[in-house]
Design a protein around this ligand. Structure first.
Ligand code: ADP
Ligand code: ZN
Length: 220
């Protein structure tokens, strides 16, 4: 299975990607971990990305694309994956199409998780994340609390609340999402692989809805 999870920041992509990947043994590909790994390995994308981050800039499309391209050029490239947070702009979507074509892999589906802005703001303000490399667990004080307060249930690391999860910052990210990421919807709709899912139920209900839509298309 080769999927992209698409949706606003905080809609639950990371939460769903994590369990879905566990169930179908696919690789959970997020740019955050790839970025940290590339910086550690000092790959061309890593060196470039570190320069941007240290200058206080966002990592530009070309660098993120190079990062993904490096991951998919390696011998151990994932043949089954769930993309979480990439692509997030049309230039990235076009680059990803090319990268996959180049290695002979086709996308099976793009799951669009639909959640309204107000619901996002509420969810994200209660988010606690595990900072451990590769863990990717996130929690919510009300809807998905860790077993022990402040401690990752998966790996025991102390949880952190990200500075960019403050409500005003979340609203800014939502504006950017509507402007830069939403245009991916018609792009994948034209390709005939867009799958719309209501992302506003609880975590289990959204997971069930995703699995039902995948099963209906013969992907599960
Ligand atoms: P994304 O990866 O899309 O940014 P996350 O998976 O990190 O989103 O989820 C954002 C926050 O919302 C987290 O605190 C998470 O625990 C919580 N969350 C995820 N899915 C749901 C849901 N269906 N209902 C309520 N809270 C959720
Ligand atoms: Zn953890």
């Amino acid at each position: 299975m080769r999927l992209i999870l698409l949706g606003p920041p905080g809609c639950g992509k990371g939460t769903q990607a994590k369990t879905l990947c566990r169930d179908v043994s696919a690789e959970h590909v997020g740019t955050g971990d790839l970025l940290r790994d590339a910086i550690r390995r000092e790959t061309p994308a890593g060196i470039e990305a570190r320069r941007e981050v240290e200058a206080g800039h966002l990592v530009p499309d070309e660098v993120v694309n190079l990062l993904i391209s490096e991951r998919f050029s390696r011998q151990d490239r994932p043949s089954r994956f769930v993309m979480d947070g990439y692509p997030r702009t049309l230039p990235q979507a076009h680059a990803f199409d090319k990268i996959l074509t180049g290695v002979g892999l086709a996308l099976n589906g793009v799951v669009m998780m639909e959640v309204r802005d107000e619901v996002i703001v509420q969810r994200v303000s209660g988010r606690w994340s595990c900072p451990k490399f590769g863990c990717k667990a996130t929690y919510h004080i009300d809807s998905n609390p860790p077993a022990r307060p402040g401690i990752c249930s998966d790996c025991g690391t102390g949880l952190v609340q990200r500075a960019d999860d403050a409500p005003a910052t979340v609203r800014e990210r939502l504006v950017i999402y509507h402007r830069d990421t939403e245009p991916l919807v018609p792009h994948y709709e034209k390709a005939g692989i867009l799958i719309r899912v209501n992302g506003e139920g609880d975590i289990g209900a959204v997971g069930d809805a995703i699995r039902r839509s995948l099963a209906a298309r013969g992907l599960l």
